[in-house]
Design a protein around this ligand. Structure first.
Ligand SMILES: [Zn+2]
Ligand SMILES: [Zn+2]
Length: 317
C-alpha cells in the first residue's frame, strides 16, 4: 500500500498543504487542498502522474475541516460520483453548513476580545471561508478512533488526535509505523491549538492544549518511523520533534504565567503582550494561543480564573 504525498498551493500564510493519495482499491485521498484554481490544477496534474482519475476516487478522508485541507472535498466527491467523505464527528468548521459564529463570538468575548476586533475577525473569516464548500448533515460519514480504513494490501488505523482542532485525526500504518498526522505534526513550527467550542457542550471551550499534549504522547507511543504532516516535509525523527514541541510549550507556559499579575488580566491582554504585531488571521491565532496556555496553566493550578461580568480574568494563584 503506497502513500503518495502531493503538495498543493494555498493562498494562506502557511504555504503549500500536503494531501495524500493511496492509489489502490478503494482509491483514497487524505485531505484535498483548498478550493482554488491553482490547487485544483496541481491536484489533477499529480493524480495524472499517479495514473489516477478523479472519477477513480472512492473515498475522501479529512484529517480536519480547515479550508486548506477540506476545501475541494465537495467538488471532488461530486466529480467522483459520490465518493464517500469521512471526517471525525467532533470536527465542525466546514463539515457542516453552519459555522459556529455565535459560539465563537461568545468564546472571544469571554477572552476579553474587544467587539471591534471580533467584528474584524468575523470579516476576515468571511474571506477565508470561500476556499471551502461545506457539507450538510448526512453527506459525510464518521471516522471512529481505533477503527481501520481497509485497502487491498493493507490498512490505516484511525487515531483521533485532538488539539489543533477537536476532531483532528491521524492515520497509522502499523506495518512500518508510518503516520499521516495532518496539522497535528508540522516539521518546522508548533501547531496552533485553535480556539474552539467544545463539541459536546458548545457553551464551553475545548481544552485544546491539554488534549494536544495527550495526542502527541499517543503518537509517540507508536514509535513512528515516519510522520507525514499537513505542511512541510516528512518527519523522520519524531522523538526529536516531540521533545522540541514539549520544550517550546513549557517555555511558552512560563512566558504566559509571567504575564499574569495579581491584579488580573484577560486572555486578550496576554495575547497582545505576547504578539504585539500580530494582525489579520494572526490576531485570532494569538488569542487562541493565549487562551490555550492560560487554560492549561489554570488546569495545573498555576493561575486562578474568575468571571468579571461576561469576561474571564486570570490572576496569579
Ligand atoms: Zn489546520
Ligand atoms: Zn493546515
Amino acid at each position: 500500500m503506497r502513500i503518495v504525498p502531493i503538495s498543493l498551493p494555498t493562498p494562506f500564510y502557511i504555504g503549500p498543504v500536503n494531501v495524500y493519495l493511496i492509489a489502490e482499491d478503494p482509491v483514497t485521498l487524505i485531505d484535498t487542498g483548498p478550493k482554488t484554481k491553482e490547487a485544483t490544477e496541481a491536484l489533477r496534474e499529480a493524480l495524472r502522474k499517479a495514473r489516477v482519475r478523479v472519477s477513480d476516487i472512492r473515498r475522501i478522508v479529512l484529517t480536519h475541516a480547515h479550508e486548506d485541507h477540506c476545501g475541494l472535498a465537495r467538488s471532488l466527491r461530486d466529480e467522483a460520483k459520490d465518493a464517500e467523505v469521512l471526517v471525525h464527528e467532533w470536527e465542525t468548521g466546514h463539515r457542516i453548513g453552519r459555522l459556529e459564529y455565535e459560539e465563537h463570538r461568545k468564546l472571544l468575548a469571554r477572552a476579553g476580545v474587544p467587539d471591534a476586533e471580533i467584528e474584524g475577525m468575523r470579516k476576515m473569516y468571511e474571506g477565508v471561508r470561500k476556499y471551502a464548500d461545506s457539507f450538510a448533515e448526512g453527506e459525510y460519514g464518521p471516522l471512529w478512533d481505533e477503527s481501520e480504513l481497509q485497502f487491498e494490501t493493507g490498512a490505516l488505523r484511525i487515531v483521533h488526535t485532538p488539539g489543533h482542532t477537536p476532531g483532528s485525526c491521524s492515520f497509522l500504518r502499523e506495518a512500518d509505523r508510518t503516520v499521516i498526522a495532518g496539522d497535528c505534526v508540522l516539521k518546522r513550527i508548533t501547531p496552533n491549538p485553535v480556539l474552539s467550542p467544545d463539541p459536546i457542550d458548545p457553551t464551553k471551550r475545548f481544552p485544546s492544549l491539554a488534549e494536544y499534549l495527550v495526542s502527541l504522547a499517543r503518537l509517540r507511543s507508536f514509535s513512528p518511523t515516519l510522520v507525514h504532516g499537513g505542511h512541510g516535509g516528512p518527519v523522520h525523527d519524531f522523538e526529536e520533534l516531540f521533545n522540541r514541541y514539549f520544550r517550546a510549550i513549557r517555555e511558552r507556559q512560563a512566558e504566559v504565567i509571567k504575564l499574569v499579575p495579581k491584579a488580573g488580566v484577560s486572555a486578550w491582554d496576554v495575547s497582545t503582550a505576547m504578539f504585539p504585531d500580530a494582525d489579520d488571521v494572526h490576531r485570532f491565532l494569538a488569542v487562541s494561543e493565549a487562551v490555550a496556555h492560560l487554560d492549561l496553566a489554570h488546569s495545573e493550578g498555576k493561575i486562578a480564573v474568575e468571571f468579571a461580568g461576561d469576561r474571564e480574568v486570570y490572576r496569579r494563584a
